[in-house]
Design a protein around this ligand. Sequence first.
Ligand SMILES: [Zn+2]
Length: 109
Amino acid sequence: MRLRAGRRGVSLREVGLVLLAVTAISGVVARRLAPSGTKAGAAVCEGNVARINMAIEKWFFDKGRWPAADLSDIGRDRAYFPNGIPRCPVTREPYRMDPQCHRVRRHSH
Ligand SMILES: [Zn+2]
């Protein structure tokens, strides 16, 4: 019984570590794809949206509540965004979370 409870804790921690690793890797990929044009910028934007949505899910997993719709709280937390929350490379607009579905929607630019 005790072993089972321990295993469960480890697997939840592993899920968190994997999410963190994927978030870090996609951040490196996003920086390598420096926006040289609208198409490249749109690809970076898509990567940003995916990365932010993963961070939102991890935040909920860690804290049991969703971050603010303007992402001000999660954006300040260096554990989630060590370099601050990215902006859209095409429009330079900040990303916002849809409070209904708790996700950042993809941009149509
Ligand atoms: Zn965008």
